[in-house]
Structure formats: C-alpha cells, structure tokens
Design a protein around this ligand. Sequence first.
Ligand code: ADP
Length: 358
Amino acid sequence: MAAVTFDAVRKVYDNGRVAVAGASFEIASGELVVLVGPSGCGKSTLLRMIAGLEAISAGELSIAGRRVNDVAPRDRDIAMVFQSYALYPHMTVAENLSFGLRLAGAPRAEIDRRVADAARVLGLDALLARRPAELSGGQRQRVALGRALVRQPKVFLLDEPLSNLDAKLRAATRVEIARLHRQVGATMVYVTHDQVEAMTLGHRIVVMSDGVIQQIDTPLNLYARPANVFVAEFLGSPGMNLLRGQVDPDGTALVLDDGSRFVLGDAVPATAGERLVVGVRPEDLRLQALDGDASIEAVLDLAEPVGNETFLNLRFAGQALIARVPPGEVAAAGSALRLSYAPSRLHFFDAAGGGRRG
Ligand code: ADP
C-alpha cells in the first residue's frame, strides 16, 4: 500500500497539447480514487503518468514518498488493468494469472498460493482450466483484475476497465471491484468517463475538464456543493438545471432573458442587477408544493416514465429543464405544469467564471 502524491504535475505533448495543466493532490494509502471527466479531459494521461507510461513534463510525482518521475514503469510496483483485457488466448486462466510471477522467477509454492488467493477473491476457482475464448466478457475482466491482484502491487491503476461490458455486467463488476478493494485494502486509481461509476465507486472523486482539476471531494459533497457549473452539470443523471439571468432590483428573483421571473428567496449571494447562474437539481423541482416553496409555470415537452420515477422534460423561459418526479399519471405533452421548489435548495454560480457562490 502506498500514497500517490502529485505536486504541480504537468503534461504537455510534443504537439503542444496541454493534457494536464498542473495537478496537485494526494491519494491516501488504501484509498480508492476515481478520476472522471469527459473524453479528452486528461484523465488517462494522469493515470499513465502514475504508471510511468508517459513522461512528466513538469512537477513531481511520488509513490510511497519516493519521487518516481524518472523511475521505469517496472520499478514502480504498480499494476494496471485496461478496458481491453489483453489476456493470452493460448493460456488457461491459471496460466494467465501466474504468467507475470513465473516471468519474475517467483518460487512455485508462492505462485500457487497467490493464484489460489486471487482466484478465491474473484470467484475464478471453477474457471482456472479454461482458456479466455471459453469465458464471458465479465469473466475475462475478472481474470484481468486477478492478473493485477497476484502481483500484490503498491498501487492498482484501472483505466475504464468496465467499458467493454454490457450495462448489467458493468453494474455487477463495479460491485465486485468495490468488494475487492475492501478485501485487499490497496490504493486504487480508477479512470472513467461515466459519472455514475465514479459516484458509486470512489471514496473521493477527482473531476477534470480540459486538463484542469475542477474539484476533488467525496461523491456526496460533490453532489451537494459543486464548485462550479461544470461539476454541477457533469454529476447527476440528469445533471443540474442551470438558468442564466439578471438579479432583479430588489435582489430576490432572477429575471431571465425573455423577461420571466424565477424567485430566489432572501438569501441570494449576489447584488441587484448582477448577472448570475442559478442551479436547481431535477429532484428539487416538484409537482406538489410545500410550505415556503416558490414555483414556476413550465410547458411539458415529454414525460419519460422509467418505472420507479418519471423525468419531465420541460420548457421554461425558452430553455430546457428536467424535473424528476415520483411515478404516476402526468399531463399530456404541451400542457402547462406548475413546478414548485424550495429556494433554500438552489445553487448560485458566477455568470462569468462559473464558480460557486455561497
Ligand atoms: P481522456 O483520458 O480524458 O480521454 P487523454 O488523457 O487521453 O484524455 O487526452 C488528453 C488530451 O491529450 C486530449 O486532447 C488528447 O487528444 C491529447 N493526447 C493524448 N495523447 C496524446 C499524444 N500521444 N500526443 C498528443 N496529444 C495527445
């Protein structure tokens, strides 16, 4: 087990592309941290720098207190699992699991013990004699995880390991990875573009956009207090609704560009006349009003019942809003609906920089 420390780590590719613009944070020993962000945001580059597969352009990277900028990948004591399983097709599961240890000249008894341990943890005992072609996608991914596990590395690096699996298998394997992490207590760094995967797996999540770390926190804190509009929209399915407008002269409502008013309550962290972005989570827009609620009238574009809940796609002041409501009968498309919300549940962001207010 080991901590991983980034100190102003930068990566500029030869073509001038700044993939990581100065990352500074620490992954604690035994922690499972998820790096998440849209495609191209630099998360794989950050992971590959830990692995030693990409040179670090500036700054310092340490594993277990040792600077590793110039340490070769094989000497970093890390194991990496990719989305392509890259198993040896002609070898059995047992041989795939033991290959790295055999190559390193580990004693036979030690190899057998570690392979048996990994097989037990991952439920592969009954599959040890099979070849990869005789396994399902989920089983192959478990073998790939097992191959990393037998090496007992200081740090596990996982690069979108579930993206080749179908939705059901992805959810099951996600639970397995979380369980595996609890059992072995290893430091794990997990890259995904899927915010649901990030929210369910990570102790802490590092949200990236365009090479820049936007926020690092626990899943619940990120959801409750996103640091900026990017994080607000990125996390949650669907993400936060954002309304742009100008605070009215008495400072208690947002006036949208078409003149519609959106009540903000009396604790608005902005001055009258200022431009502001106001966020409201889909589950905070309700069809039933409670004491102290404000409300808007919106037009229903489309209701999407998904069984346990219904998503209402609405139009308000010329822009799209989504409300997440309990299942039940809803009005026909085109109807006007009154949506209530508690002003205390609103989020406020700078119109210019997008940073959180209050
Ligand atoms: P992510 O994993 O978040 O999808 P990457 O870390 O792969 O993002 O890439 C970050 C940025 O760096 C992207 O703009 C990508 O096009 C660029 N990039 C990645 N690898 C290289 C490379 N070898 N040479 C030049 N640019 C690269």
